[in-house]
Design a protein around this ligand. Structure first.
Ligand SMILES: *Cc1c(COP(=O)(O)O)cnc(C)c1O
Length: 406
């Protein structure tokens, strides 16, 4: 395609958008439709729609096997899974978390009356800085909640060492990290428990869904009971509980996704490589890398925009792409600590300079099975044109703004 070879052709300046339909980040991956529909038929025939049904049990068994973990407990979404894990593990007081994460990580704590203490990311990474964690430990700190952002495991060993030194425990938000490994062991096996999300926008979905994975039998028993109102057996409630059950349609979708998960990952990997190849010589634009010695799901292609080298800011680049119907996304702008209720609380809205930098420089671009190599080629051409004409784009935008002012 040659439509982006000239400045005038950019849609931001009244050119025709490169795509007639919007390309989203996180468009659902759909596995074998016939298999899914057949399972829905079976579900309706047997009139077993939820409450630890046969599909939910099968899903749990196969997921535990894939991760090599003792217990995999399916939950109705990732946020409830976090909340149940927090309750089952007995988190209290203050919990140290990164601000560079989806708001649900912080909200799950706050919702249960636990104070999230935000720490910065380690320079050059996107993950919780163990040195920052250690500085923020107080007598009220009970846990560290690490996040495997974009499927890159955080510094598990570094956090574990601090946890051991201070007698703290470790929970991980692994919402992005199903299918990823750390030191050749699958995510799901670390800390006292790990929590997954299978929301529609994650590469592996159960429509809505989540899970708690743990190798601790006691934790598993409490999660199992708490997701079902605290019931341990009929008419016997042992704990405070909630409704976190995964229904049969969701579990059927999970089994469907499981049938295609290796195809999803292979597609994501090809897309990640293509972006890396096609953008390799574009100044100031880099694709954040995954450790290819480990397993990864490659579900996020994240670009880092170095404004001084690219001549264009991340926000300007997003604007150029959105005009072309490429709905690139900022992650996780502006950081949890700059969102309510944390923003208005001087004890949670602290200065996190590395996080502030990362949320200004990173963006996600479309990948997954809803896009193909042709789409990605065009997206990369648009990015290349935006960088090539960065100065002219700025000048024209300024001119346009002036015109509206006179
Ligand atoms: C998606 C996500 C969640 C929440 O999961 P849901 O299934 O949408 O409730 C939590 N943490 C992170 C990092 C996420 O990306």
């Amino acid at each position: 395609m040659t439509h982006t070879n000239r400045l005038d052709n950019l849609a931001i300046f009244s050119g025709i958008p490169a795509f007639t339909q919007k390309l989203h980040v996180g468009r659902p991956n759909i596995g074998d439709r016939d298999y899914f529909m057949a399972m829905i038929g079976v579900m309706l025939d047997r009139r077993w729609l939820t409450n630890n049904g046969p599909f939910a049990k099968e899903f749990e068994r196969r997921m535990a096997e894939r991760l090599g973990v003792r217990h995999f407990l399916a939950i109705n979404n990732g946020t409830i899974a976090l909340e149940i894990a927090i309750k089952a593990l007995g988190l209290t007081g203050e919990v140290i978390v990164p601000s560079m994460t989806f708001i649900a990580t912080a909200h799950a704590l706050q919702w249960l009356g636990i104070k999230p203490v935000f720490c910065d990311v380690k320079p050059g990474t996107y993950h919780l800085d163990p040195a920052c964690v250690e500085k923020h430990i107080t007598p009220h700190t009970s846990w560290i909640l690490g996040v495997h952002l974009w499927g890159q495991p955080c510094d598990i060993d570094g956090l574990q060492a601090i946890a051991d030194r201070h007698n703290l425990k470790l929970l991980f938000d692994a919402a992005h990290a199903f299918g990823c490994s750390y030191n050749d062991r699958m995510i799901g096996n670390f800390g006292n428990a790990e929590v997954f999300s299978f929301h529609a926008t994650k590469f592996f979905n159960t429509l809505e869904g989540g899970a708690v994975a743990t190798n601790d039998d006691g934790v598993a028993a409490r999660v199992r009971s708490m997701r079902n109102f605290g019931f341990v057996e009929n008419d016997f409630v042992a704990y405070e509980g909630t409704n976190g059950k995964m229904n049969e349609a969701a579990a059927a979708m999970g089994l469907t996704s499981l049938g295609s998960v290796d195809t999803f990952i292979a597609t994501n990997f090809r897309h990640y490589q293509q972006y890396g190849r096609e953008l390799a010589d574009v100044p100031g634009i880099s694709v954040i890398e995954y450790d290819e010695a480990e397993q990864n799901n490659f579900q996020y292609v994240i670009l880092n925009v170095n404004e001084s080298m690219a001549g264009i800011s991340r926000d300007e680049l997003v604007e150029v792409l959105v005009a072309e119907n490429v709905l690139a996304r900022r992650y996780f702008y502006p950081g949890c600590h700059r969102l309510e209720p944390y923003r208005s609380d001087p004890t949670t809205n602290r200065d996190l300079p590395e996080t502030a930098k990362v949320v200004e420089e990173t963006m996600g671009v479309p990948t997954g099975t809803a896009v193909g190599p042709g789409h990605i080629h065009t997206i990369c051409q648009i990015i290349r044109a935006a960088v090539t004409y960065a100065a002219e784009i700025r000048a024209r935008k300024a001119q346009r703004l002036m015109a509206t002012l006179v």
